[in-house]
Design a protein around this ligand. Structure first.
Ligand SMILES: Cc1ncc(COP(=O)(O)OP(=O)(O)O)c(N)n1
Ligand SMILES: Cc1nc(C(=O)O)sc1CCOP(=O)(O)O
Ligand SMILES: [Mg+2]
Length: 201
C-alpha cells in the first residue's frame, strides 16, 4: 500500500483547504475536528465525500464511528482511548479503512490482529496541533516501531518536507500532516511539494 501524503484536517477546516490538498495530490484525507458537533461533522463529511471520490482519494473520519457510518465515509481513525477496534471493524465491515494510533512498541504488540488496516505512528516530534500527544519517538524511534509492524504505517506529529526521506527509508507507507499543509501560505503548493518529495525519496 502506498499512501504518500495523508492530510489530516485542522479544527474548523474549510472545505476549500481539503480541495487544495486534493489538487496538490494528497493520497488520503482524514476529517479531524475536535470542536465540531456530530451533526456538523456528518454534514462536512457528506460534502467532502464527492470531492474526494472525484479525486480517487479515500476520506476517513477521526474518532467518531457514528459519523463515519452516517456519512458513508471510507473509514475511521481511532486512538488508543477511542474504543474497541474489533467492534469498530464489525460495524464498518471488511472493506473500509480502520486506522489505529500507535505510540509505543507495546501498543503495536497488543494491536488486535485483523481489525486494523493502517497505523499512525507518533508523534515523531512534539506538536502544538495535538497538545495531549504522547512522548515523541523521534525518527529513530519511528523506524523501530515501523520495522515491527505487520501492516502499513504512516508517520505523524511535527513532521514536514525535510523529514520525508527518513520517513520513507523507515518503511512508512506515507506521512500524515496537519500544519505542514494547513499552515502554509499556499496549501496546494505545499501539498505538491510534499508529494514530489515523497515520490523522489
Ligand atoms: C493518522 C493518524 N495517526 C494518529 C492520530 C491520532 O489519533 P488519537 O491518538 O486518537 O488522537 P486524536 O487525533 O483523536 O486527537 C490521528 N488522528 N491520525
Ligand atoms: C493528530 C495527531 N496525532 C498525533 C499522534 O502522535 O498520534 S500528532 C497529531 C497532530 C499532527 O499535526 P502536525 O502535523 O501539525 O504536527
Ligand atoms: Mg482519537
Amino acid at each position: 500500500m502506498s499512501i504518500g501524503i495523508y492530510f489530516v484536517t485542522p479544527d474548523g477546516c474549510d472545505d476549500a483547504l481539503v480541495c487544495a490538498a486534493l489538487a496538490g495530490g494528497a493520497g488520503l484525507i482524514q476529517l479531524r475536528d475536535k470542536t465540531a458537533t456530530e451533526a456538523e461533522m456528518v454534514a462536512q463529511a457528506r460534502r467532502l465525500l464527492p470531492l474526494c471520490r472525484a479525486a480517487g482519494v479515500p476520506l476517513i473520519v477521526n474518532d467518531r464511528l457514528e459519523v463515519a457510518l452516517a456519512s458513508g465515509a471510507d473509514g475511521l481513525h481511532m486512538g488508543q482511548g477511542d474504543g474497541d477496534p474489533a467492534q469498530a471493524r464489525a460495524a464498518l465491515g471488511p472493506d473500509r479503512h480502520l486506522g489505529l494510533s500507535i505510540e509505543t512498541q507495546a501498543q503495536l504488540a497488543a494491536m488486535p490482529k485483523g481489525a486494523i488496516s493502517l497505523i499512525g505512528v507518533g508523534p515523531v516530534r512534539a506538536t502544538a496541533t495535538k497538545p495531549d500527544h504522547a512522548t515523541p519517538l523521534g525518527l529513530d524511534g519511528l523506524a523501530q516501531v515501523v520495522a515491527h509492524s505487520p501492516i502499513p504505517a504512516v508517520a505523524i506529529g511535527g513532521v514536514g518536507l525535510a523529514d520525508i526521506p527518513a520517513i520513507r527509508a523507515a518503511g512508512c507507507a506515507g506521512v500524515a500532516v496537519v500544519s505542514a499543509i494547513s499552515g502554509a501560505d499556499d496549501p496546494q503548493a505545499a501539498t505538491r511539494d510534499l508529494v514530489n518529495a515523497w515520490r523522489h525519496a
